[in-house]
Design a protein around this ligand. Structure first.
Ligand SMILES: [Zn+2]
Ligand SMILES: [Zn+2]
Length: 270
């Protein structure tokens, strides 16, 4: 089996302050969709200057583990619940991130990269935001250059942080229209997949992309390349509301049964 569609490996809750719903509501949504397991992957960030905060504090993580443990007990006959983390990479302080990750017993560590430092700007740029202020700064910096930097930083992240799965590989700049991969980007993606494989990590198929561009993250060509490299694949809805748990998972088996694109190129799909 190339993908397990009975497990949602990536959901959030209101603890991160940009998602809605309690942990229990996500568990109930997963049960009603007949999933066998669900993994919370709450946002952890370190050294990021961005308001409003969109990640958990250490106090929030205390609540998270207490409530997660209660739910594991309460629903043990109905569903398996894993307590994981989506660690945001910050090239300014990888040791601190690694140190914080080492303090707790996570079931799964996902790795992603959301915030990038822009010279002359006090606040970090949120690469995944659809807010106007972020899109405007991204345009000023040049979205192609930013995409290169996004991929370079992910390559570094995979080498510096011990994690189980790389999340939404190409979600960077997902709200930039007209952005496509050039030859440089494609070479970086290839290099990144090799690093993921070397690190023994899995690659996430993030189905939130279906709602934004009618394709998952990353682009199907990248997924199929990873499949052919025998990189393990994991389905994640990246739900930020309970009703999105397990979204579009029914589309994944057909996607993975497809042949890899004969063109060497990876199109943007936007
Ligand atoms: Zn989020
Ligand atoms: Zn996420």
């Amino acid at each position: 089996m190339l993908i397990d569609t009975t497990t949602d490996n990536h959901v959030h809750t209101s603890l991160c302050r940009h998602a809605v719903g309690t942990m229990e509501q996500y568990v109930q949504a997963a049960i009603s969709r007949k999933l066998k397991s669900i993994t919370f992957l709450e946002h952890l960030e370190e050294g990021i200057n961005y308001a409003p905060r969109s990640w958990l504090t250490e106090e929030d993580f205390e609540l998270y583990f207490a409530e997660g443990t209660r739910l594991q007990e309460r629903y043990r006959d109905q569903i398996a619940i894993s307590l994981g983390v989506e660690a945001g990479y910050n090239p300014d302080c990888p040791e601190k991130i690694q140190h914080r990750l080492a303090q707790r017993k996570w079931d799964i560590i996902g790795l992603s990269y959301h915030f990038c430092r822009i010279p002359g700007q006090e606040e970090h740029l949120n690469l995944l935001s659809r807010e106007k202020k972020n899109i405007r700064i991204a345009e000023q910096c040049g979205s192609s250059r930013l995409l290169s930097r996004y991929l370079d930083t992910l390559i570094e992240a995979v080498q510096r942080i011990r994690a189980d799965v790389l999340c939404h590989l190409d979600a960077g700049l997902r709200h930039q229209p007209d952005l496509s991969y050039d030859a440089t980007h494609q070479a970086k993606i290839k290099q990144l997949l090799h690093r993921v494989k070397e690190a023994g990590m899995a690659l996430e198929i993030n189905t939130s992309g279906y709602d934004l561009r009618n394709q998952p993250f990353p682009h199907p060509d990248i997924i199929l390349r990873a499949r052919d490299m025998q990189i393990p694949l994991r389905a994640g809805s990246d739900a930020h509301r309970p009703e999105d748990v397990g979204r579009h998972f029914d589309k994944l088996p057909a996607l993975l049964a497809g042949a890899a694109s004969s063109q060497a190129s990876v199109q943007s799909g936007n």
